[in-house]
Design a protein around this ligand. Sequence first.
Ligand code: MG
Length: 348
Amino acid sequence: MDRVTMAHGAGGQIMQSLIENFILKNLGGSGFEVPLEALDDASVANGIVLKSDSHAVKPLFFPGGNIGRLAVAGTVNDIAVLGAEPLALSSALILEEGLPLGDLEKILKSMKETCEEAGVYIITGDTKVVERGALGGCVINTSGIGLRSEALEENLKIVNKYRPMRNRWLLDSNLRSGDKIIISGSVGDHGLAVLSSQEGYNFGSQIVSDVKPLNKMIRSLLEVGGIVAMKDPTRGGLSNALNEWSVKSKVGILVKEADIPIHRDVKAACEMLGIDPLEVGNEGKVIIGVVREMAEEVLETLKSLPEGREASIIGEISDQFSEVVLETVVGGRRILPAPLGDPIPRIC
Ligand code: MG
């Protein structure tokens, strides 16, 4: 294989190998507090959190959202899951010849509304136009910066009451045996909503994307305290995010299938299409690693918020094994591997 394939962008093992064998081989080497090599949701240089994210979702509009909302929420969430407060974004538009200006206006209005929801501003940007081709209308890159907050400091003080954590940010490598894992809500909705508009599927009832900025919800959880790691399970879904945690923290993870919230219509659609909902990307959910003593309190707060009503403790870090292990509904156990890639293309 000597050319890029769609799987190289699908957020699974194949994309991971592209990142390691090409991107990390050639770039990186900064030595900053959280460098490129950490491959975390965002990086940190001199106390400033920085994230860049390109959005190439197809189609531009889908049930529950559009590329503009996705572009703002995606970057805001990657900054927020490090424990930082997002401050400002950039927006780079690559427009394809032929894109209706009415669509562009709708996308920009949606970006503005999503910024207001998150409490951030877009303060710089760029616009390019390319010939008609494969973009599907436009591609949007947003980058963003964030800063440490009082809520993060307080959260870390509470973590340190229960166990020492030297790291100052909520990184994928922070998990230790005994930590509990919470998911903020149901999985699979976003990917299936995009798929339904890509393929014109009618799943009986409409499946709606969960795309949403989560920084305010995350701030409320940091105020409760005890959180050691957070991640948004986007491309490759919950399976991929848990495997990243397991590898980077060098821990085993046990999750209970019965405790993972999945909407009935998402489950039915996945069964019909032969897709594993745990491998489907989400855009409005986080997984939260929390010291066990604080897990119930964090869960309770989450459930009191509109974004977290369906939250659930889905598992824990275990020193019994070194992989991600799924306890199935019938009680058996099997390894939950990192997917080769997200089963649905171009969802973000
Ligand atoms: Mg992320």
